[in-house]
Design a protein around this ligand. Structure first.
Ligand code: ADP
Ligand code: GLC
Length: 477
C-alpha cells in the first residue's frame, strides 16, 4: 500500500472552478478503492463548502506565519482531506484564482508558495500528522514548487506532476523569487528559472520524477510549439518520463439513471424519457416548448481555449436552422457580452445563462441533444464524456482528449458500433458549421441517432483503468 499525498488547488465538491476539481474529487476515491492510503491537501478557501466542522490537527510555522492544518473527509468516501488554513491569504471572498470581481489575485505567488511549502511539510511528516508520504502527486502550476522543494530534501518521497493545462504556468518576475525566500539553488534553468523569471510549472516539469498529462494525445501535443507554450523543448527532453493517462468521470454523480439534479431520470432502455429534460430546460429558459427540435448545448469557462469566438461568429448562421442553442458559462466579459446580445436578438433560438450553476449543468447534459466543444486545445475535457453518458452527442474539435474520447460518426464507425459523436479538424467557423450540419442531418434519422446515443451511453468512462495506470506508475518510482 502506497501513502500518496494528492496536492491540488481545487477539489469537488469542496471548491471547483473547472475539471481539475472533478479529477481531484474522483481519482483519489478510485485509488483508495485500489487499497491505497491517499490524502488530499488543498487550501482552506473562504468559499470552501464543508458539510461539517473540520477537525483542527496542527499548526506549523511557514515564512513567519502560523499555518493551521484542518482535517475533513471527501463526502461519500473515506478519503481524508487536509485543509491548509492561512486566513490572511485564503479567507477572502472570490475563487482560488480571482477576486469576487473576476480579477486575478495579485498575490497568487505568495498564496500558492505558502501552500506548496505546507504540502512539503506534510509530505515529510513535519506537520504533526503522524504520516509520511511515499508519493506526492502534484497538479498544475499551483503545486509546481513542491517537486522542486523536495529535491532539496535528503530523504524524500517520489514525485509525480500532472499537467491539466499548459496554458497556465504561474510565471512571476525574478523579484518574486527573492521575496518568497525560495532556496537560491532553485534559481537555475533546470529548476524554477524561466528566461529570468520564476516559473511555478517548471518546478513540476523539471523536478518531478515523472510527469503525466490528462490524455495520451495531449502528451504528444505539448511537445510541439503550438501547444507547449514555450516549454515544448523541456517536455521533449523529459519525454521518457512523460505520458498521458486519460481522465475518467465520476459515474455516480454523472449518471442519468439516478441523477437527482435532472427532471427525469432515464437509461438506454428508457431513452424516450430523456426529452422530458429538454422540456424542463425550455420551460426554465422560456424557449418554445418543442420536443423534437434539436437542442445544442455548451457549458464552459468562457475563455479562448474553448473556441468561444468561433461559436460567437457562427451563431448568426446557425439560427437559420430549426434548432435551439443553450449556453451556460462565465469568464471573459467581452464573450459574455456578445453572447448575451445574440440571445437578445434571437430569444426564441438562443439562450445564454451567464454564471456557474452545477444543478443546471446536469439538467442541460440530460436535456440537450448535442453538446458543442470547439476547443482550440483541450488537455482532456470532461463534458464530452458526461455528454456521451447522457446520450447527448458531442460535436468536438479533434484535439487533445477530445480526439481520444469521441469517435466520429461515419458510415463505417456507425456500422462497427463505435460512433459516439461528431468530430471536425480545423479551428474554423466553416469546419464547425459543417460538423453541426452533419449532426443535424443524422438527428433527422431517428433510428441512426438512437443507435449512436446507445453506443455513447454504454462506453466505459470509469476511473478504474486510469487509476490502475497511476498506481502502476507509482510502483515504478
Ligand atoms: P476545464 O477544466 O478546462 O474548464 P473540463 O471539461 O475538464 O474543462 O471541465 C469543466 C468542468 O466544469 C465540467 O464539470 C463542467 O460541467 C464544469 N463547468 C464549467 N463551466 C460551468 C458553469 N458555468 N456552470 C457549471 N459547471 C460548469
Ligand atoms: C484542465 C483542462 C481540461 C481537463 C481538466 C481536468 O482544466 O482544460 O481539458 O479536462 O483540466 O484534467
Amino acid at each position: 500500500m502506497k501513502k500518496i499525498l494528492f496536492v491540488t488547488s481545487e477539489v469537488h465538491p469542496l471548491i471547483k472552478t473547472g475539471g481539475l476539481a472533478d479529477v481531484a474529487g474522483s481519482l483519489p476515491i478510485a485509488l483508495s478503492e485500489l487499497d491505497q492510503d491517499i490524502r488530499i491537501i488543498v487550501p482552506k478557501y473562504y468559499g470552501i463548502k464543508l458539510t461539517e466542522e473540520p477537525l483542527y490537527r496542527s499548526t506549523i510555522r511557514i515564512n513567519n506565519r502560523d499555518v493551521n492544518i484542518f482535517e475533513t473527509q471527501l463526502p461519500n468516501s473515506h478519503v481524508i482531506v487536509w485543509l491548509v488554513d492561512c486566513p490572511e491569504f485564503f479567507s477572502i471572498p472570490g475563487n482560488p484564482y480571482t477576486d469576487e470581481f473576476g480579477n486575478a489575485w495579485s498575490n497568487s505567488a505568495e498564496k500558492f508558495a505558502l501552500f506548496c511549502r505546507a504540502a512539503v511539510e506534510v509530505a515529510q511528516n513535519r506537520a504533526y500528522l503522524d504520516w509520511k508520504a511515499d508519493i506526492v502527486h502534484c497538479n498544475d502550476w499551483q503545486s509546481g514548487l513542491v517537486p522542486a522543494l523536495l529535491t532539496l530534501e535528503p530523504l524524500r518521497p517520489s514525485t509525480v506532476f500532472t499537467i491539466h493545462n499548459m496554458a497556465y504556468q504561474g510565471i512571476f518576475p525574478q523579484e518574486t523569487f527573492h521575496a518568497l525566500g525560495l532556496p537560491g539553488q532553485l534559481w537555475q534553468p533546470s529548476a524554477l528559472e524561466y528566461h529570468n523569471r520564476l516559473s511555478f510549472i517548471k518546478g513540476g516539469i523539471s523536478c518531478a520524477d515523472h510527469i503525466t498529462t490528462v490524455s495520451p494525445n495531449y502528451a504528444l501535443e505539448i511537445q510541439t510549439a503550438d501547444f507547449g507554450y514555450g516549454l515544448e523543448g523541456l517536455l521533449q527532453h523529459r519525454r521518457h518520463d512523460l505520458n498521458g493517462i486519460i481522465n475518467g468521470i465520476d459515474l455516480e454523480q454523472w449518471n442519468p439513471a439516478i441523477d437527482k439534479r435532472i427532471a427525469q431520470t432515464y437509461t438506454v432502455e428508457t431513452l424516450a424519457k430523456k426529452t422530458l429534460n429538454k422540456t424542463a430546460i425550455q420551460q426554465k429558459l422560456s424557449l418554445p416548448e418543442e420536443s423534437s427540435i434539436p437542442m445544442i448545448a455548451l457549458i464552459s469557462r468562457l475563455v479562448e481555449q474553448k473556441g468561444i469566438d468561433l461559436v460567437i461568429q457562427c451563431l448568426e448562421n446557425l439560427v437559420q436552422y430549426p434548432l435551439q442553442f443553450v449556453l451556460l458559462g462565465a469568464g471573459n466579459k467581452s464573450y459574455e457580452h456578445q453572447l448575451k446580445n445574440l440571445s437578445l436578438l434571437h430569444p426564441e433560438k438562443i439562450s445564454v445563462t451567464i454564471g456557474y450553476d452545477e444543478d443546471f449543468a446536469h439538467l442541460i447534459e440530460a436535456g440537450a441533444d448535442m453538446f458543442l466543444m470547439p476547443s482550440r486545445f483541450e488537455p482532456c475535457g470532461l463534458n464530452q464524456m458526461y455528454s456521451q453518458r447522457y446520450g447527448t452527442l458531442p460535436i468536438v474539435r479533434r484535439t487533445g482528449g477530445l480526439a481520444d474520447t469521441v469517435v466520429d460518426a461515419m458510415p463505417d464507425s456507425i456500422a462497427q458500433q463505435t460512433a459516439s459523436g461528431f468530430v471536425f479538424d480545423e479551428a474554423s467557423v466553416s469546419a464547425m458549421l459543417e460538423a453541426i450540419k452533419r449532426a443535424l442531418f443524422v438527428y433527422d434519422n431517428k433510428k441512426t441517432w438512437q443507435k449512436i446515443q446507445k453506443i455513447a451511453m454504454q462506453k466505459d468512462f470509469s476511473w478504474q483503468q486510469s487509476a490502475e495506470q497511476y498506481l502502476a506508475l507509482y510502483r515504478t518510482l
